[in-house]
Write a protein that binds this ligand. Structure first.
Ligand code: GAP
Length: 515
């Protein structure tokens, strides 16, 4: 695991962002709890997403559907039959892997070799370098590209045909070894359904088996007509939802990147058939803007268009972020045709159509879906924010500081109010300032330890502003405001604090930027 990733995990625990679930009982694999700072950051991400959907679009409304749903829903959606991952065990290490991940990682390694070759040549030839020509002529690149294409072709065919023997054969032919033990002794590949089931009803023998939902989307599909009719919605319109989902992941060793209980923020946009590619492009653009408003180094974000499309989809892309463990999916955008609504019509026997008053025709709408994992977004913000720097202490000597440069609107605590000393009426004055600001901002009062140590603690949780109350405050009603990222300090009147902070932490500005 990457060093930075390990540091993030340790930092998250030490500063109250994320704790392993049930830790005093030795934990529960791939389940995590959000601590006092984590829950604030998570709520702020939710608000940014929710407002960007529901406030910025007159034709998007939200719902909150139940986690338990009728079991036939998961038959209709295809989850009972097909929500499976191919798993493989290593006979020596006894470690379990997703067979498709092993193959994809192998392909990624070949791609990385090509990129390395290109960057070496780009350095060597400088301005003279022609990348396309180099790709088309360099024998090592051509050989690796040929390998990638061949594996990809076999892999896509095997996945589409559900050919587990061939998936294993690809692993053998590519000489893929267990990343932990290096062993190449593999078992057969088996399919494993990711849905958790449980019983509904009090008497176990008579109770019905139901599933914990593995996505929030189906709660939206089955409420399509309820929302459309009660809200008098006209196509195109969207329904947004944030909620918990559950997947019994085979491999779950990547902190909150792959969890067994996590949260999704999904939006289904119902449209007229034939208009799906226009809306797919529209949502790709909108969603990428949403991320770019938070991540200044935009080279860490990219689209990854799918080669392998599900049988019901006619376009699909992932938004990927460069996590410390590499470029990985944070969101999927899918054009799902009328698959879901048609399936629910078939299984429920209820008509799920839209009557267009202009053309006087009824039709089953198509859907473009945007689906983001809230916990992966949380990890994105944390990875992007974590920074180790040298900073001068009170005596001017350089020391290490760890700072979370979380965008101010998302920061768990917006400002800390710090009396310089615990006497001379400074704590009282600091409390007075807090009492004025606490209705709008999450403020923290701290009086223990030197001011330098208190600044470091606030840096470590990403507090963008520290207000220090000192002896001058009692004379002229001014305080110092310290900015987290630049560590610059300004003297300002107490009466200005609210205005300065409001401007920087307002959702209004960021929503305007992306709308
Ligand atoms: N309704 C479509 C859907 O559920 P998905 O690609 O399976 O699509 C959507 O999931 C998003 O949910 C992913 O882009 C990812 O951010 C998040 N996600 C999926 N599995 C996850 C897991 N085990 N742990 C954390 N987040 C996960």
């Amino acid at each position: 695991m990457d060093d930075l990733f390990k540091k993030l995990i340790a930092h998250s625990k030490e500063y109250g962002f994320i704790f392993p679930s049930s830790e005093i009982y030795d934990g529960l694999s791939a389940v995590y709890d959000y601590g006092q700072n984590g829950v604030e950051l998570k709520n702020n991400i939710k608000k940014y997403w929710w407002d960007s959907m529901v406030l910025l679009h007159e034709n998007i409304v939200g719902i909150d559907s139940a986690i338990f749903m009728h079991p036939d829903i998961w038959e209709a959606s295809g989850h009972v039959g097909a929500f499976k991952d191919p798993l493989i065990d290593n006979k020596n290490s006894k470690k379990r892997y997703r067979a498709d991940d092993l193959i994809e990682d192998y392909i990624e390694k070949l791609e990385a070799k090509i990129e390395k070759e290109i960057s070496k040549a780009a350095k060597k030839f400088g301005d003279q370098f022609e990348e396309q020509k180099f790709r088309e002529t360099n024998p090592r690149i051509l050989a690796n590209q040929k390998k990638i294409d061949k594996i990809n072709e076999r892999f896509v065919k095997a996945i589409n045909n559900n050919d587990l023997v061939e998936i294993r054969q690809i692993i053998i032919d590519c000489e893929i070894a267990d990343p932990v033990s290096g062993s190449r002794e593999w078992t057969d590949v088996r399919q494993f359904n990711l849905m958790f089931d449980t019983k509904l009803g009090s008497v176990n023998e008579e109770a019905n088996s139901i599933y914990l939902r593995p996505e929030t989307a189906q709660g939206i599909f089955v409420n399509f007509l309820n929302v459309q009719k009660s809200g008098r919605m006209r196509i195109p319109f969207g329904i947004a939802q944030i909620g918990k989902v559950f997947r019994n992941e085979i491999v779950a060793r990547q902190f909150i990147f792959r969890m067994r209980e996590f949260e999704q923020m999904e939006m289904q946009f119902f449209i007229k058939p034939g208009e799906e590619l226009k809306w797919f492009d529209y949502w790709k653009d909108k969603r990428m803007k949403w991320y770019k408003a938070l991540v200044s180094d935009t080279s860490k974000l990219r689209f990854h268009d799918h080669d392998k499309l599900a049988h019901y989809a006619n376009a699909a892309t992932d938004i990927e972020f460069k996590y410390p463990i590499g470029f990985k999916e944070v969101e999927g955008i899918h054009s799902r045709t009328d698959f879901d609504l048609s399936q629910h019509q078939k299984f429920s026997g209820k008509k799920l159509q839209f009557y267009d008053p202009d053309t006087k025709e009824s039709y089953t709408p198509y859907v473009v879906e945007t689906s983001i994992g809230l916990d992966r977004m949380f990890l994105l913000i944390l990875s992007n924010a974590y920074s180790e720097e040298k900073a001068p202490n009170a005596e001017g000597k350089l020391e290490d500081r760890v700072v979370l440069k979380i965008p101010a609107i998302l920061a768990p605590v917006k400002l800390a109010v710090l009396p310089l000393v615990r006497k001379d009426g400074l704590p009282e004055k600091a409390h007075q300032i807090m009492d004025e600001l606490k209705y709008e901002f999450n403020c923290q009062y701290e009086e223990k330890d030197s001011i330098g140590r208190r600044y470091r603690r606030q840096d470590a949780i990403g507090t963008p502003y520290c207000i220090t109350v000192d002896h001058q405050t009692s004379m002229d009603d001014t305080v110092t405001i310290r900015y987290r990222d630049s560590m610059k300090q300004d003297r300002i009147p107490v009466s200005k604090v609210r205005e300065i902070i409001s401007e920087k932490v307002s959702y209004r500005n960021i929503l305007k930027e992306i709308s």
